[in-house]
Design a protein. Structure first.
Length: 137
């Protein structure tokens, strides 16, 4: 089994899923971390050049919440492409749209207060990693 943890420095957990630069992917067998690799993660900075304007015939979707529209779901799916082989995605924070996109990709999202990536991976293995959905933004 593999799990993905978002990071900017390869050690600590990023506080924002969308802005993180990397995934730390932990390969777990028999309750032990057997391998760790760093993968590039698409993020908001890759999508900054895209400008979308609302037209008269389009429905304004802000009522759904930030990141909950179809365009955002597409971006989240692109962000998740590098970790489709993972069972869970762990971050220090994310929006509701990203959280739902992870669930729809058949992965388990976790928002954690832990900062150290390996500590979070060990907590996941032990079944003690706590999800904090109240921290969704």
């Amino acid at each position: 089994m593999k799990i993905a943890i978002v990071s900017d420095d390869g050690k600590t957990i990023s506080r924002h899923f969308g802005r993180a630069s990397y995934y730390l992917v932990f390969n777990i067998e028999n309750g032990e971390i057997i391998e760790k690799e760093q993968r590039e993660k698409p993020g908001h900075n890759q999508f900054a050049h895209e400008h979308h304007h609302q037209h008269d015939n389009e429905v304004h979707l802000h009522e759904q919440g930030h990141g909950m529209d179809a365009r955002s779901a597409g971006k989240h799916n692109q962000m998740l492409d590098p970790v489709q082989d993972c069972a869970a995605v762990i971050a220090g924070g994310m929006g509701m749209g990203a959280y739902r996109s992870i669930e729809q990709a058949n992965m388990r999202p976790f928002i954690t207060t832990l900062r150290d990536a390996e500590e979070a991976a060990r907590a996941y293995i032990a079944g003690t990693l706590t999800d904090h959905p109240e921290r969704l933004h």
